[in-house]
Design a protein around this ligand. Structure first.
Ligand code: SAH
Ligand code: SF4
Length: 434
């Protein structure tokens, strides 16, 4: 989501100001930090990065420094109190106002702060996306209204708001006209999508959005992240069967396997309900690889709770997943819960979980060897000799070639390969030539 937001910041500045993008920090007239506050570590990084930028500004007093994203949203004006050399503070929902904030900064000579939530205004004020690769993100909704007890997102990004249906189709179609063939739809709970249709009172749901996007010429592969187990409808399951471009992979975060912890997290489902949903999905799409997010060390998690999580991971055979240690976030209900689990025990649980998942990853990769699949070519592999692609289930895949020269034209395209070998976190493959 933040990567997408960063691209939008660049788009809006390219379109409405004289700024151009540079990757060289010392060359920049303005530096924008797009920040994350989902866990404490990410938040701490902002202030250490700001320290380094202050040193840069000492030698270049005209350098403008902006802080965007969720830390900006959470801390607001306090960022300026703590780091008075910061010129702009803006939130995830006001990044489209960057040009106006810059003008006002220049006019008034004072730091500007705007962390409001002007609903969906943002999308009406962003220029059409520009893209030169084969894959692109498209945001379909903003914010979240689920209020899981540990999570800052509803406070930093605001409540769930769906982007109008037609505006999403227009963005996708403008991207495919630029050669994009893989689209990843973004949102905190994409399956809660309910978008306005031009000139109609009824609303479009997520399954309908997928059906329409799949009809747009040039959309060869379709992904979405993140979906929530609570609104995973039969219509959406059917969409997975009927829409050929939808990848054979699903990221469906469960967070935990103990009902006690799920309840304390306010996730809104039990472990059995999650397992039944997976059974239904796999009846429709046998063996679909499913990945998840997990939080270990939530306040009150016992060895028995953790074992239930491990049992679930074994049962579902989760594929490559994101595993986190609980981080108490200011302003969230879970931050006030008594947390007596020693840090070392949390770390040990995290390691046990990731090694169990690593076993699943390797098993799934091994089962892919010999299969043919169309992969998205993202670029040249680290060794400089192979092409690097991405599989439907999000694995890096390195493709052996007789010579790289000719094959470079395949970058940004989908090409058929046959998998030849499974490694710990990647696959080897060969081009299928006709
Ligand atoms: N909307 C998505 C997740 C967005 S946040 C969903 O509900 O699935 C991405 C992940 O960060 C979450 O799934 C969760 O596993 C993790 N996370 C969120 N808040 C956290 C916290 N306070 N401590 C540790 N991990 C957290
Ligand atoms: Fe956070 Fe829960 Fe919303 Fe995901 S669903 S963004 S974890 S509050």
């Amino acid at each position: 989501m933040n990567e997408y937001d960063s691209e939008k910041m660049a788009d809006v500045l390219l379109d409405q100001s004289d700024y151009q993008e540079t990757k060289i920090l010392e060359e920049a007239d303005m530096v924008l930090l797009n920040t994350c506050s989902i866990r404490e570590k990410a938040q701490d990084k902002v202030f250490s990065d700001l320290g380094r930028l202050r040193d840069l500004k000492v030698n270049k007093p005209d350098l403008l420094i902006g802080v965007g994203g969720c830390v900006a949203s959470q801390e607001g004006r306090q960022i300026i109190s703590r780091a008075p050399f910061v010129d702009l503070v803006f939130g995830p929902q006001t990044l489209h106002r960057l040009p106006a904030l810059l003008t006002e900064r220049a006019r008034s000579g004072r730091p500007q702060v705007d962390i409001s939530f002007p609903e969906i205004e943002k999308f009406d004020h962003l220029p059409p996306a520009k893209k030169d690769g084969g894959a692109a993100f498209v945001s379909i909704m903003e914010g979240c209204s689920k209020y899981c007890s540990y999570c800052v997102v509803p406070y930093t990004r605001g409540e769930e708001v769906s982007r109008p249906f037609e505006s999403i189709l227009e963005e996708v179609s403008s991207l495919t006209q630029q050669g994009v063939c893989e689209i990843t739809l973004l949102g905190q709970n994409v399956n809660a999508y309910l978008g306005k249709l031009d000139g109609q009172t009824e609303l479009a749901d997520f399954a309908m959005l997928l059906e329409y996007i799949a009809e747009i010429p040039g959309v060869e592969r379709l992904r979405y992240t993140t979906s929530h187990p609570r609104e995973f409808t039969q219509r959406l399951i059917t969409a997975h069967v009927q829409i050929p471009q939808l990848v054979n992979h699903l990221h469906l975060p469960v967070q935990h396997g103990s009902d006690k912890i799920l309840m304390a997290m306010k996730r809104g489902y039990t472990c059995l309900e999650y397992k039944s949903l997976i059974r239904k999905i796999r009846q429709a799409k046998p063996n679909i690889p499913i990945s998840s997010d997990f939080i270990v060390g939530f306040p009150g998690e016992t060895d028995a709770d953790f074992q239930e999580l491990m049992d679930l991971v074994h049962h579902v055979q989760f594929d490559n997943s994101y595993c986190f240690i609980f981080s108490a976030r200011p302003g969230t209900p879970a931050a006030n819960l008594e947390d007596s689990t020693p840090r070392a025990m949390k770390v040990a649980r995290l390691q046990a979980l990731t090694s169990l998942i690593d076993e699943n990853i390797l098993r799934i990769s091994q089962s892919m060897v010999g299969n043919t699949e169309r992969v998205m070519i993202e670029g040249i592999a680290k060794d400089g000799q192979k092409l690097q692609g991405r599989t439907e289930n999000n694995r890096v895949c390195n493709i052996d070639l007789p010579s790289l020269g000719q094959a470079k034209r395949l970058i940004g395209k989908m090409v058929p390969v046959v998998f030849t070998k499974a490694l710990a976190h990647s696959l080897q493959a060969e081009l299928v030539t006709r």
